[in-house]
Ligand binder design. Structure first.
Ligand code: C5P
Length: 405
């Protein structure tokens, strides 16, 4: 999303200003061209040199700097931006913008830009809860400015409460949809991710190596394209993505219940989870002792969630994943037909850079119309983006009437 995008990072004068440096690093690594604009007070907390070094661009601090004005121009910055991110946004800055003041370079840039603006407030709890601040926030939201909520925790001033700036990774994630096309606007996409855990006793379970990275990337990509996303996630070590309804489950049965319930409000279901096909026939209430055995396990079959959705689907667009170690083409095509899917994403999990718990994937799309597309090795985010673009195309080919659910 950020590649080759022009981002203005506005930094106002709060202690969280130091975290803006980590945010800047994330943006630059993702390929954005970032121009930092600092208020006078922000420079008391962190030096422009830090941001200049990390961004590779001059830092803008002064509305009336003749050299900066000639090279960039305060309106030029506002004009060229694809996104304006204000992190941290102090009560003072929010108040100034809400009152129509533009008395420094940052407020002038915010006032002059047509790009989406995301405020990331950070301040003392009482300041945030002050009705004046809340009214300013509400007023700016009404005008179409975007806001993140400050998070609860221990504040630099010693207070406990809401007011902390969200983590740079969360800000980075939250801003992405503001750069995306909204071609899934009005659609609801349900995504499953991760493994399931099938318990043998209170301390042991059967599971697999799925990390959830692919499914989480798909959920974020769908959200970035404007969809409302419901993520049904097995046990993984990933933080819940921003602005996605995340439902956590453990077992295949729990995933089954959650998916069947929530699929009713979905236009698209993407089943990236690695669901356990079998579970132990009995779960012991107490930890099984070594001396008690068992030396063999009795297993029973779990419901095939995707198959059930496929057999009952009407105008739902249904996407499955096929993790295979051999005969990919035959297995993927068989699943596509048997489970009545629109698309299957197949990969060879025995390859080094594909499948479970790695950052990249090498996949092939098999569509119901018989077309096959081979994708090169890509990051999981890139695969997810390619998948969502493919879905947009497929939705365009479907007869009308899908969105009226
Ligand atoms: O048949 P197989 O398990 O290989 O198919 C994989 C696809 O089916 C994946 O999309 C997976 O999420 C889904 N699946 C399911 N319920 C199961 C097993 C797999 O929905 N019990």
């Amino acid at each position: 999303m950020y590649a080759e995008k022009q981002v203005v990072l506005g930094v106002s004068g709060g202690i969280a200003a130091y975290k803006a440096a980590a945010l800047l690093r994330l943006l630059v690594r993702a390929g954005a061209d970032v121009h930092v604009v600092m208020t006078q007070n922000a420079q008391e907390f962190i030096t422009p040199l830090t941001f200049q070094t990390l961004s590779g661009n001059p830092v803008h601090t002064n509305l009336f700097n003749l050299i900066q004005e000639r090279e960039i121009g305060h309106i030029g910055l506002a004009d060229r931006a694809d996104l304006v991110l204000i992190a941290p946004a102090t009560a003072n800055l929010i108040g100034k913008v809400a009152s129509g003041l533009a008395d420094d370079l940052l407020t002038t840039t915010i006032m002059a830009t047509k790009a989406p603006v995301l405020f990331v407030p950070a301040m003392n709890t009482n300041m945030w809860e002050n009705p004046v601040c809340q009214q300013n926030r509400a007023k700016l939201s009404d005008y179409g400015y975007h806001f993140m909520q400050p998070v609860h925790g221990e504040l630099a001033c010693g207070w406990q409460g809401q007011g902390k700036m969200p983590e740079p990774e969360d800000i980075f994630d939250c801003a992405q949809p503001l750069l995306g096309t909204q071609d899934l606007g009005g659609k609801t996409v349900l995504v499953t991710a991760g493994p399931t855990r099938e318990e043998l006793d209170p301390v042991r379970f059967l599971s697999n190596y799925s990390s959830g990275k692919m499914g989480y990337a798909v959920a974020r990509a769908a959200r970035n394209h404007g969809a409302k996303v419901i993520l049904v996630s097995g046990p993984v070590h990933l933080t819940a993505p921003q602005n996605i309804e995340t439902i956590r489950v453990q077992t295949a049965n729990e995933m089954h219940a959650a998916v069947i319930t929530h699929a009713k409000r979905a236009d698209v279901v993407i089943k990236a989870a690695a669901v356990a096909d079998y579970r132990p026939a009995n779960r012991a209430d107490l930890k099984t002792k070594k001396s008690q055995g068992p030396t063999s396990l009795n297993l029973v079959q779990n419901p095939d969630i995707l198959d059930e959705l496929g057999q009952n689907k009407q105008d739902l667009l249904l996407v499955g994943f096929a993790a295979e170690t051999n005969d990919i083409r035959q297995n993927a095509k068989a699943k596509l037909t048997q489970k009545n899917l629109d698309l299957i994403v197949a990969n060879d999990v025995s390859l080094d850079d594909a499948g479970f718990d790695v950052e990249t994937n090498i996949v092939r799309f098999f569509s119901a119309d018989g077309t096959i597309e081979d994708l090169p090795k890509m990051s999981k985010d890139e695969v997810a983006e390619a998948l969502i673009k493919k879905l947009v195309t497929l939705m365009g080919q479907k007869p009308e009437g899908r969105s009226g659910r």
